[in-house]
Design a protein around this ligand. Structure first.
Ligand SMILES: C[S@@+](CC[C@H](N)C(=O)[O-])C[C@H]1O[C@@H](n2cnc3c(N)ncnc32)[C@H](O)[C@@H]1O
Length: 314
């Protein structure tokens, strides 16, 4: 059985909404750290081909151009890839808008190509053809992460750098699970949380969300090793990468308007939300929003996030 429950079509249907996530939301800190670590290992000034795997709506490419656009040589290729047609379309339209914007970095956006492909099959790329390969919040959710990593290793040139991030803790999903449990319990329906139920199926192979370690997580349904630094380091080393470094990236997601935040989060088309709340009626969903709002306020309007960065070279 595959550890990830997400399907390509789930990402297609959330692509447009995902692209509207606030720039200072949960993607910012892990993604900026990933790019900074890559640049520190092998400057983007020496990039020949940069590939973003599982690009979503162009998150990492956008931060890349904002932060390092002036470093990237004009002849190098920047390729944003995802297996979701919806995500690739959103990225493509972003590229078009930015390319013709007349802004300072418009020229660099003109270097960005988009491709629809599965992270586990990079046969569209020759071996040893890329200088930089990154995967922001994607490798841990692949059906076979090792297959994806080995493909990245093959495509990377000697001396090239690979980096990826995964989630170790996502408190905004933990709160959602907690709120849903409250509503289910009050309605007299099964009180067991969906996350607990999933964890029963996958047992120890999954990242532990509710068990109280510092880096317990909101993502029980992903392979456990992706939720800690030793596990991620091991994954990259198993795929052949050398000089592997991994670290936790802690941050607070400060919520300005808990009511609006709860409404957006609980009624999102994100596959994780659908998995937790997809079976609830509109009425129950409204109650989850109320509980979620209260929980966020109890935590000082802060949701904690912990990502894991893994980086290595070929
Ligand atoms: C959590 S989102 C991250 C998106 C983006 N990298 C970011 O940091 O915002 C996961 C992305 O991985 C993509 N994805 C999931 N499985 C994939 C696979 N097997 N091959 C390629 N992309 C995949 C999804 O379509 C989605 O866009």
């Amino acid at each position: 059985m595959q550890p990830s429950h997400f399907q390509k079509c789930d990402w297609d249907s959330t692509a447009s909404e995902y692209s509207k996530l606030p720039k200072d939301g949960p993607l910012l800190v892990p993604c900026k750290r990933l790019l900074g670590a890559m640049h520190g290992t092998l400057s983007f000034a020496s990039a020949t081909t940069i590939i973003d795997i599982g690009c979503g709506p162009g998150t990492a490419v956008s931060f890349l151009i904002d932060g390092y656009g002036h470093d990237i040589p004009p002849q190098s290729r920047v390729i944003a890839t995802d297996y979701s047609t919806g995500m690739v379309e959103v990225t493509r339209s972003r590229v078009e808008t930015e390319r013709t914007s007349g802004k300072e970095n418009a020229k660099c956006w003109g270097q960005v190509e988009t491709m629809e492909l599965d992270a586990q099959d990079l046969s569209a790329f020759p071996s040893s053809s890329a200088s930089h390969i990154m995967g922001s919040l994607v490798y841990f959710m692949l059906p076979d992460p090792q297959k994806g990593l080995r493909e990245a290793y093959r495509v990377l040139r000697a001396g090239g750098v690979f980096a990826c991030t995964s989630w170790a803790r996502v408190q905004w999903m933990q709160f959602m699970d907690q709120a849903a449990q409250e509503v289910r319990r009050a309605a007299g329906s099964e009180s067991v949380s969906i996350l607990c139920w999933v964890s029963t199926i996958f047992k120890d192979e999954l990242i532990d969300m509710v068990g109280g370690g510092k880096h317990s997580t909101g993502m029980r349904f992903f392979p456990k090793q992706w939720g800690d630094v030793a596990g991620v380091k091991g994954e990259l080393e198993s795929a052949g990468f050398r000089d592997v470094h991994s670290e936790y990236i802690d941050f607070d997601w400060l919520v300005e308007d808990p009511e609006a935040f709860a409404e957006t989060m609980c009624k999102s088309s994100n596959p994780g939300t659908k998995m937790l709340l997809g079976d609830l009626s509109d009425e129950k969903l409204d109650r989850v929003v109320e509980s979620y709002t209260r929980i966020v306020k109890e935590h000082g309007n802060v949701c904690k996030g912990v990502a894991v960065l893994g980086i290595g070279t070929k």
